[in-house]
Design a protein around this ligand. Sequence first.
Ligand SMILES: [Zn+2]
Length: 205
Amino acid sequence: MVIYGYNGAHVRTAPVPGACPSCLAEDSLRASVYSRYAHVYYIPLFPFGKPVAAACANCNLSWDQKELPAQLREPVRALKRETRLPLWTWSGTALLVLGMGWAAVAGTQNSRENDAFLAAPRVGDIYTVRAKNDDPNYSLLKVVAVKGPTVDVVENQFQIDNDHPIDALNSPGKYGKETFSLSQFELKIMQNKGQLTDVDRLETE
Ligand SMILES: [Zn+2]
């Protein structure tokens, strides 16, 4: 269940000059500005609105925005204008943007690495492959020999419904014994067709 909704937070309270319209006490009026913000799982996403309210400290009468006495409207409006909503009400959005930026950088880096590994294959490279570009099941090919522009690979005997199958499938016993050859050209075509989605070079050698 996604928990989302709106919250309010007190931002600022300031005195308002003049006398209370109800009890006539001088200098007893206070106005408050609140920040209303949307949240998901209590992480603030963005602010949307600055409700205001006013109260008399002497008689404790209070007014919300719609029922402000005429003399209070202008000073309260001014206070609202000069009150900035706190930046933290944007923190969830900031996190999302940072996360997307990080994913984009990581994605670009990974695809550059894949290209470099395909161009200069090494024994032990592992290709994540699937039968078609919309197949949810992935398997692995492992490079066992490099012969110029051609690699010999063994095929993993298993498939898994996960685009990062290496953790589950990459153990020696899960690969077949039979090798077959793939040229760099064929690998590039598989990559362009979305059949070869990742190249991993495990740093164990
Ligand atoms: Zn009062």
